[in-house]
Design a protein around this ligand. Structure first.
Ligand code: PLP
Length: 386
């Protein structure tokens, strides 16, 4: 089927929620993708921080194949080993409490929102401007972006938005607050690292009133910033975190992970999801989590990130480069529209990158990228200079 035929199918049958680029990908391996004409691309986006272990990692593929031949679904009315082994691995790798598995980032945040309200009935949830937590109603209500929220009002009540100032955050938290929910590094709005002072203020305010501090690690987790979880580089530890994206190694898996204090808030019947913790996706996630926990990989993410960041900084169209580990972005000098540059990168240089806004391009390559591939990407990017 040609690209034109696919575009006709999209036009006639796909509800138009995506602005797609005119490329059909048919194969992926490591940091490379191939289109239907056999052209090879270097992937600096990893499916928006999903393919942290690379495309079609052989161990993920093998785990999926093995499990698919054995048992694909049983429902959570019965025991299956992959889900419970994954829950244990997640809890042991982070906050030491308990885990609710689900199928996406938005669902993980929905679970977190319900959990903190269950712990403090009717409680308000404080979120930070510039945050993104997903598109379902609870997650959308926690996402203070006018363009995403306004067409879908009324939203879920009880969310309070604060600017990125420690005193503003502290002032918004009181005895009626169930939680502060934030991304330690805001991804969708352009890779903005929240300051240590803001995170400390959030921790102190939550401690003062007995509210829960929840980190959305859906984009920052799974080794993306050079530690398995971004909170490991923060001055504070959250009471719960949410994960998804790279957790499934390319398959849809999400998780709410609690610390001990929130571990037993939910009771049977409070929450659930048919496909959550299915044996195939959980088997993939077990492998992905093991691969992303490798100390050698994590220290490489830090050195590779530094190499990419310094190269991005010296590109002729870069105004500001920022980020942590392999979660990076550049703001472009005035006059260069980011969506156009991202499109040229794709079509002229066969580089997959993403514009997060009119002036910002984000770089989140697979964590297994090599020095040579980073240098190759930088050379190709430099060729886009006007
Ligand atoms: N939270 C963060 C920080 C995200 O980056 C995303 C997705 O981009 C989500 C939540 C929503 O995840 P999903 O698209 O899997 O629902």
């Amino acid at each position: 089927m040609s690209l034109a035929e696919l575009q006709a199918l999209e036009r006639d049958y796909a509800i138009p929620t995506y602005a797609r680029n005119p490329v059909e990908f048919v194969r992926g391996s490591g940091c490379r993708l191939w289109d239907a004409d056999g052209n090879e691309y270097l992937d600096l986006l990893a499916g928006i921080s999903v393919l942290n272990v690379g495309h079609c990692h052989p161990r993920v593929v093998e785990a999926v194949q093995r499990q698919t031949e054995q048992l694909m679904h049983a429902t959570n009315l019965y025991y299956t080993a992959p889900a419970l082994r994954l829950s244990a691995a997640l809890a042991q790798s982070s906050l030491g409490g308990k885990v609710f598995l689900c199928n996406s980032g938005a669902e993980a945040n929905e679970a977190a929102i319900k959990l903190v309200r269950r712990a403090r009935p009717g409680g308000r949830i404080v979120v930070v401007e510039g945050g993104f937590h997903g598109r379902t109603y609870g997650a959308l209500s926690a996402t203070p972006q006018e363009s995403k929220q306004a067409p879908f009002a009324p939203l879920v009540p009880g969310f309070v938005v604060v600017p990125k100032r420690p005193e503003a955050l502290a002032g918004a938290v009181d005895e009626s607050t169930a939680a502060v929910l934030l991304e330690p590094i805001q991804g969708e709005t352009g890779i903005h690292v929240l300051s240590d002072e803001l995170l400390e203020a959030a921790r102190a305010a939550c401690d003062r009133v007995g509210a829960a501090l929840v980190f959305d690690e859906i984009q920052t987790g799974m080794g993306r910033t050079g530690t398995l979880w971004a909170y490991e580089q923060a001055p504070v530890v959250p009471d719960a975190l949410t994960s998804a994206k790279a957790l499934g190694g390319g398959l849809p898996v999400g998780a709410l992970v609690t610390g001990p204090r929130l571990a037993d808030v939910f009771e049977p019947g409070d929450h659930g999801s048919t496909f959550a913790g299915g044996p195939v996706t959980a088997s993939a996630a077990l492998v992905a989590l093991e691969l992303c926990s490798d100390p050698g990989l994590l220290s490489r993410v830090q050195s590779l990130g530094a190499r990419l960041l310094s190269g991005l900084r010296s590109l002729p169209f870069t105004d500001v480069a920022r980020g942590r580990g392999l979660m990076l972005a550049i703001d472009l000098k005035p006059g260069t529209p980011a969506p156009e540059l991202a499109r040229r990168a794709l079509l002229e240089q066969r580089l997959v990158v993403n514009a997060t806004g009119p002036g910002t391009i984000r770089f989140e390559p697979p964590l297994i990228i090599s020095e040579a591939e980073i240098d190759e990407a930088l050379e190709r990017l430099a060729r886009l200079a006007p």
